[in-house]
Design a protein around this ligand. Structure first.
Ligand code: 13P
Length: 253
């Protein structure tokens, strides 16, 4: 059931101070000591920008990988107060960046900006966790697949290296709400995304699809039957080492 490489990605959002690295230490040593490290999975944690430099050094050569939560849509250096370019992220030794999160979209990011970010992140050889998802209005109007298709086609291009792009399906109504999609709808949407992306962008392989939105240690077991899913993007529950470790344990139980 839980076959193939799985990703457990923690998005800390606006959380964390320098001493919070202890949370990651506990997660990391759990892999090393525990039998759950026999399973084929990766752990990626996205702390805020303020911690990236320190954490990228601390967790170099460790099982945990560090991701940025976003990047600016202009590269290199420039007069953009408060912003961080993909180049600056790459130079920290960071290999992953989240792009298109609904919380970033809600604060003004549109598809054109996201498109630029994806282009520049790939140019800097970063792996992208590209977030898409419908809001509650789209869902009620049964527009989910139309919205997802649009979010994908406005941003991605055929000549991109899709081995470096992981798609995270995060229904906006599910984020932080405690609500998750039914297994049936998630099976349907994940299968749609895999098929659509492969065909649309002429891939020779199926893309990786994560699910995000209110994933926790109690509901994780209900995702086991969705064999198309390649992992999870976890917000609130990634801020506690115990919750995060329990999610992984319960997934493989
Ligand atoms: P929650 O797990 O807190 O619902 O957040 C999901 C999310 O937005 C991850 O990017």
């Amino acid at each position: 059931m839980a076959s193939g490489l799985k990703y457990f990605v923690g998005n800390w959002k606006m959380f964390g101070i320098p001493t919070s690295f202890k949370i990651l230490n506990r997660i990391n040593s759990n892999f090393v000591k525990n039998k759950i490290n026999k399973e084929n999975y990766k752990v990626i944690i996205a702390p805020p920008f303020t911690l990236l430099h320190d954490y990228s050094k601390r967790f170099k050569n460790k099982k945990i990988l560090i991701s940025a939560q976003n990047c600016f849509h202009k590269d290199n250096f420039g007069p953009h107060t408060g912003n961080i370019s993909p180049y600056m992220i790459k130079k920290l030794g960071i290999k992953f960046v989240i792009i298109g999160h609904s919380e970033s979209r809600a604060s003004g990011e549109n598809d054109n900006i996201i498109k630029e970010k994806v282009y520049l992140a790939l140019k800097n050889n970063l792996n992208i966790i590209f977030c898409i998802g419908e809001n509650i209005k789209d869902k009620r109007r049964k527009k989910t697949l139309i919205v997802l298709r649009k979010q994908l086609t406005k941003v991605l291009k055929r000549n991109y290296n899709f081995k470096k792009i992981i798609i995270a399906y995060e229904p906006v109504w599910s984020i932080g709400s405690g609500k998750i999609p039914t297994a049936n709808s998630l099976i349907h949407i994940t299968a749609f995304l895999k098929k659509f992306v492969k065909k649309q962008f002429k891939l020779s392989h199926l893309p990786k699809i994560l699910y995000g939105g209110s994933v926790d240690k109690k509901n994780i077991a209900s995702f086991k039957s969705i064999s198309d899913l390649d992992g999870f993007l976890i917000g609130g529950a990634s801020k506690s080492s115990k919750n995060f470790i329990d999610i992984i344990k319960n997934f493989y139980k």
